[in-house]
Design a protein around this ligand. Structure first.
Ligand code: F6P
Length: 750
């Protein structure tokens, strides 16, 4: 503590002392100069006075050539302590009379031309002297010049004294200012500390009614927000401690939700049946949402309602549009909803992906809003809501609504099933209120979403943006403390639930990392020690694929020894390809890869291997295990599960994750190399660092991230939401009982 306060004091004193020393250094010569000028002026005046006094006797003695008298006159004059010598020169410039002290070197001195203050200063071997001349005349006749020499050595002595005084003065000043500063700094520091403590006490124990000190006011809002987030996190994490598995989730449903029916609604279906030349094949879509929710559905059974988009989807369902999935071990029902091309165009491509998607992602693509798309969006939301109502086997199912495709559905379901527990999860970022405000149907969207019992976002930041947006555009009551919104007599809990993946079970038959490394390198004709980077994304402009390639290019510029020794494999699943924006993006990605490959290919090895095709999860795992580094460089992303999948795949505790700071995942995976994807140099440096990172450091980082992802898996994500739902259901249950009893009592009294 003491050391800290000495350190703190030094922080004030050292710069202060330096500034004062600098002042002293500048002031001393100034003072010197000033004193000299002052004395010179003084001596000039004295010399004039003296000359005037000597004028009369001289005028009398000179014509008589009374040298004795003149010398006596001069000797008497130099009795004055400062006057050192006197001399007299005749008009011919001959030194006629002088005192014994008169310096021979002066002769018949003439003032120098120049600084009037300094011209009278002469430095003699015996020391500095002031010399002044005065003409002696009688009735206009020039008799000669009187030369008066004053001793100046006392000025040097005084100057030395002045220096001492000034130095002393500055030293004292420094000491006094330092002492005052340190005392004030310490008092303010203590004031700050106790102010912060007071504020925290007030926030943590609201009953303590601690007042926030005025100087703390600017901080109070931020601290309050942080504490609220922290509380919300703790609240939900604390209740879901322990390891979370599919079985825990099943048990939770049985105990806390009395085995109630779970219905999931999403646009993308978890299994797509496609007609191929080999017959009907099942494909898994590239979707983080599907990866996460599928794991939950396997554990909870129930029904998943989604758009049947596969070419063989119709052929594989029963007459209720149902198909049991997963195909190998059926454990839940997939209910397909059929959309006409116009509906799909307007609702999915148009409003959802040309409007809401760019609106919510800050990726510098302008959203497009068309009335015709909006009409389809409303219509399709109603069609899915109808499907939920048809599938519901009770009046209070648990409905898990997924993503921005269904912002209106919660209100539509609530209208028919008021007791349903509707949990809506927004998988993409939520923008700030101003940005969201450009949506022409912003009030309708917010109203639709507030039909939910619980509204979930990945991060506290997106949750807060949502609360601010509602506050700005709807008449509601928002309880910041509890993070609830009261609207139209109904309460919606808004919370953050960071999504995750199902942690893979130990699989003794899994392909070893060595085997994966060898397989991928062999497949691409690379030597065994070839370095690999991997990127896995949908081919979407939000994923930062262009910036990633630019980082690879810069890496090769910085370190040409990697040319021919390093390849970055980019797996990009085609997506939304009927939209212009996505077609343009694909051609930009292809062109950039080609350009970089032309520039840096060596032998058979190109620096970028672009694979624009769908890959199944087990194929991706092989790529993850084979690579030195995985790059996730999204320009904006709700969470990004690829980052977590890479970590889960690395049971060898090797490999480095480069992660964009603009992903929700960056809030959890602190041991990744966090980068700003827009900063190409930073991306290149991160790649360089990853490729040369010692195995011990890789292990340290990977181990810690694996622990986190394993603990905070998708079952915990779903479990937390379901637990919150159970709590709210319990509360509603109690409230309706109280309501019922008070109504009965009122009737009896009547
Ligand atoms: O995670 C966001 C999301 O839009 C999901 O809703 C969706 O399933 C996934 O990305 C893939 O997009 P799409 O289903 O449009 O191909």
């Amino acid at each position: 503590m003491k050391f800290r306060s000495i350190g703190l004091s030094l922080r004030f004193i050292v710069p202060l002392a330096l500034v004062l020393a600098l002042f002293g250094y500048l002031v001393i010569p100034l003072m010197d100069n000033f004193t000299v000028r002052w004395f010179v002026r003084d001596l000039d005046m004295r010399s004039q006075l003296l000359a005037r006094t000597l004028q009369d006797p001289l005028v009398e003695y000179l014509p008589m050539r009374a040298s004795k008298r003149i010398e006596q006159l001069f000797d008497r004059a130099i009795q004055d302590e400062r006057l050192y010598a006197v001399g007299f020169c005749d008009p011919n410039g001959v030194l006629r009379y002088k005192t014994a002290t008169y310096p021979a070197s002066l002769g018949c001195w003439h003032p120098l031309v120049g600084d009037p203050e300094k011209k009278s200063l002469v430095r003699l071997p015996q020391g500095p002297v002031h010399v002044a001349e005065s003409e002696i005349t009688q009735d206009g006749v020039d008799l000669g010049r009187l030369i008066l020499v004053h001793d100046m050595s006392f000025i040097e002595r005084r100057s030395a004294d002045t220096k001492k005084y000034i130095l002393g003065f500055f030293a004292l000043l420094a000491l006094a200012i330092s002492l005052i500063t340190v005392v004030i700094a310490h008092l303010s520091w203590r004031g700050w500390i106790s102010g912060v403590k007071e504020m925290l006490r007030g926030e943590l124990m609201p009953r303590a009614k601690a007042e926030t000190p005025p100087e703390m006011q600017p901080l109070a809002g931020d601290v309050r927000q942080m504490l609220r987030d922290y509380h919300l996190d703790r609240q939900s994490e604390g209740n879901t401690g322990g390891e979370w598995t599919g079985d825990t989730l099943k048990a939770l449903l049985q105990q806390d939700l009395a085995g109630d029916q779970v219905l999931v609604v999403s646009n993308r279906e978890p299994y797509i049946h496609e007609l191929t030349p080999r017959g009907i094949e099942v494909r898994r879509p590239a979707s983080g949402l599907v990866t996460a929710v599928e794991a939950v559905m396997r554990a909870c059974s129930g029904t998943w309602i989604a758009h049947g988009a596969g070419s063989a989807d119709h052929q594989t369902v029963d007459r209720h549009a149902h198909v049991r999935v997963p195909p190998d071990h059926p454990s839940y029902t997939l209910r397909r909803v059929w959309l006409s091309p116009d509906e799909e165009q307007g609702y999915y491509y148009g409003f959802a992906n040309e409007g809401l998607w760019p609106l919510c992602h800050i990726a510098h693509v302008r959203p497009v809003f068309r009335s015709s798309d909006w009409e389809q969006y409303v219509k399709v939301n109603q069609r899915f809501a109808d499907a939920v109502i048809v599938e519901a086997t009770s009046d209070n199912p648990v409905v898990l609504v997924q993503d921005y495709h269904f912002a209106l559905l919660p209100r539509m379901v609530r209208a028919v099933l008021p007791k349903a527990t509707i949990i809506t999860f927004w998988h993409i970022p939520w923008p700030n209120s101003e940005s969201f405000g450009i949506c022409p149907w912003r009030e309708e969207i917010l109203d639709g979403m507030l039909g939910s019992t619980i509204l979930g976002f990945h991060t506290p930041f997106h949750r807060k943006n949502f609360l601010d947006t509602v506050d700005r555009y709807l008449e509601t009551r928002i309880e910041q403390e509890a993070s609830t919104i009261s609207y139209g007599g109904q309460l919606t809990q808004v919370a953050q639930y960071p999504i995750s993946i199902a942690w893979p079970e130990d699989n003794p038959d899994a392909i070893s990392v060595d085997e994966c490394r060898a397989r991928i390198r062999e497949m691409h004709g690379m030597p065994p020690d070839h370095l690999l980077g991997i990127g896995v994304d949908r081919l979407d402009y939000t994923k930062g694929i262009i910036e990633r390639f630019q980082a690879v290019e810069r890496l090769l510029e910085l370190d040409p020894s990697l040319i021919g020794r390093f390849t970055f494999i980019q797996i990009a699943a085609p997506t939304r390809s009927s939209l212009d924006e996505y077609q343009n993006f694909e051609s930009r990605v292809r062109k950039l890869a080609e350009r970089i490959n032309q520039r840096f290919s060596a032998g058979n090895h190109a620096p970028i291997l672009l694979k624009i095709e769908h890959h199944e999860q087990d194929q991706l795992t092989v790529y993850f295990r084979a690579s030195e580094v995985c790059m996730v460089t999204s320009l904006h992303d709700g969470m990004n599960l690829v980052a977590k999948e890479f970590i889960a795949a690395r049971d060898d505790e090797k490999g480095v994750l480069i992660l964009s700071q603009f992903t929700g995942a960056a809030r959890e995976l602190h041991e990744a190399l966090i980068v700003n994807p827009y900063h190409i140099e930073q991306g290149a440096e991160a790649l360089q660092k990853a490729l040369s990172m010692p195995p011990v450091e890789q292990r340290e980082r990977m181990r810690s991230m694996r622990r986190r992802v394993k603990d905070f898996n998708v079952y915990r994500w779903a479990g937390r939401m379901l637990q919150d739902a159970a709590r709210l259901r319990q509360r509603d249950h109690v409230m309706s009982k109280i309501d019922f009893h008070s109504r009965v009592a009122a009737r009896r009294r009547a």
